[in-house]
Design a protein around this ligand. Structure first.
Ligand code: MRU
Length: 343
């Protein structure tokens, strides 16, 4: 697996996902502003991955501060946290990771600034390492739901690229494959940013897991023909009532799955569960630039210039359409999620 994000030689190294699948290029961020810009422009994306990246951005910003006065240092780090938190609104992992970095900072009050800097780097590394472990544990739980010979549909990219490694929804698929189950994956292309076509198809092909790419509007027809046995997707935020925000188009897949009596699972770690958000209606949905819809990948225009565009990056799937939520603690009914996790 190519690392999505890592701390390397005093910089935050990101695999530039905006260049995939055409080029495998890395971006070395040497200041936190570059990290923030990379999150904003989807060079790194996927809920857990942006959380880990933001945590490393906080550590990187702290490193560059010259002051030895701990109050000034702490105040400036908190400002850096605010800037990183303003990059994207929907995935709660971003805010979760930044809050964890703030708690670490608070717990180190009174220590020399040089020591705090080091501990912030190690905390961000701990968040990264933990994310991989969580994904592998989720993968083991989820793989039990998959039977040999099944074809599984996924939407967007909830893979190694969307996490620190291994993936959530693709982690489940990867674990089933590693257990020797002969499975096939159907990847929705995921208009408008094409995370399914550009990232999921690429990632699964790297691992030699059989994948077939479809456009988003083909899923229903395949389901009707009995060609899909299970759906699994990731999540950007899970509300206390079990509603799930994920990439735009996820709701349509869930409705189709319900209509065809196909199990629809969501895979996500505890850092995606937001018990402070009561229901899906309270989840802020990111609105993105019109050019994502009017062009293919920022270049070829596919719509009349100046047409009105609606471009929400996420939608909400209500709990009643979800068969189960696969977490590192096991698989739960969405309505039961708040009983198994504390805020
Ligand atoms: O806009 P993106 O590419 O950041 O959206 C990503 C998704 O919606 C993923 O499905 C989600 O973050 C789960 S990733 C494990």
């Amino acid at each position: 697996m190519v690392p999505t994000v890592e701390w390397k030689d005093g910089a935050v190294r990101l695999l530039d996902q905006s260049r995939l699948p055409g080029a495998v290029e890395f971006l070395d961020c040497r200041d936190y502003q570059t990290v923030a810009e990379a999150i904003r422009t989807l060079k790194v994306r996927g809920a857990p991955a942006i959380g880990v990246t933001a945590a490393m951005g906080v550590a990187l910003g702290a490193q560059s501060l010259q002051t030895t006065d701990d109050a000034t240092f702490a105040q400036t780090v908190l400002k850096i946290c605010d800037e990183l938190a303003a990059t994207r609104p929907t995935a709660v992992n971003l805010f979760w990771a930044i809050e964890r970095m703030k708690r670490k900072l608070e717990s180190l009050k009174g220590h020399p600034v040089s020591a705090i800097k080091e501990r912030l780097v190690s905390e961000s590394q701990a968040i990264l390492d933990e994310d991989i472990t969580l994904c592998k544990t989720m993968g083991r739980h989820g793989a039990e739901l998959i039977q040999d010979g099944q074809t599984i549909l996924t939407h967007c990219n909830a893979g190694s690229l969307a996490t620190a490694g291994y993936g959530t929804a693709l982690g489940v698929i990867r674990a089933a494959w590693e257990q020797g189950k002969k499975i096939n994956v159907i990847a929705d292309e995921t208009r408008p940013v094409l995370q399914g076509a550009r990232l999921t198809a690429w990632e699964l092909m790297q691992d030699h897991i059989p994948v077939t790419l479809i456009t988003d509007n083909m899923a229903g027809s395949l389901m009707r023909q009995g060609k899909i046995q299970l759906c699994v997707v990731g999540a950007d935020r899970i509300a206390a009532n079990g509603d799930v925000a994920n990439k735009i188009g996820t709701y349509s897949v869930a409705v189709l799955a319900k209509a065809h009596d196909i199990p629809f699972y969501v895979a996500a770690p505890y850092s995606t569960i937001d018990l402070n958000t009561k229901s899906g209606e309270d989840i802020p949905i990111e609105q993105r630039n019109a050019s994502e819809v009017t062009t293919i990948h920022g270049s070829h225009p596919v719509a009349p210039k100046d047409v009105a565009v609606h471009n929400p990056a996420f939608d909400v799937t209500p709990a009643e359409l979800i068969t189960g939520i696969i977490t590192e603690r096991g698989v739960f009914k969405p309505q039961e999620i708040s009983r198994h996790f504390v805020s």
